[in-house]
Design a protein around this ligand. Sequence first.
Ligand code: TMP
Length: 198
Amino acid sequence: MFISFEGIDGCGKSTQARLLADALRAEGRAVVLTREPGGSPGAEEIRRLLVEGAGERWSAETECLLFTAARRDHLERTIRPALAAGQTVVTDRFADSTRVYQGAARGDLRALVDRMHDLAIGVEPDLTFVIDLDPATALGRGIARGGAEDRFESLGLDFQRRLAQGFRALAQEFPARVRLIDGSGVADDVAARIRAAL
Ligand code: TMP
């Protein structure tokens, strides 16, 4: 299976992706845990261009192109080979992040995002977990984490609120694939909700 985790910055999805990968491995499955932007050497180089620096460093259109380029490399070098070898792929973000961050939150670019996705990517995960958490709580966690990768967090609480709405709308748009998971409480409780949904 190809499983993605999505949500706003600081929602806990990276922790949950890791916990699910660990649990599946403990059951004897071969699991590739990966992330976007990144997940292959070339895409990790593109990641640095995207997540560091000033909030307005790129236009939303340029961002779409860079995220899509990184995703294409990730797909070619990491995801497709793993699925072909019968492994389970768990990714921390995939195309839904571009739909929401660039397509909904930073200008009405959804049509452009969809066209680029059809041209260059063309696949969806089998299952997507959106970790739904109050934007103020999530933003506090993200800022507390610190580090240089704060370009999107630096855009503020209103931006995170728009993102949270965008992710919820996604669950309605793709009900067969996207599951909204309550991200409140301790990590083990959230992991149990994910296992029940899986
Ligand atoms: P991360 O913090 O989950 O590693 O993701 C890095 C940042 O990149 C995060 O703020 C979300 C943003 N992002 C997009 O804006 N569009 C995308 O397509 C992806 C994959 C991430």
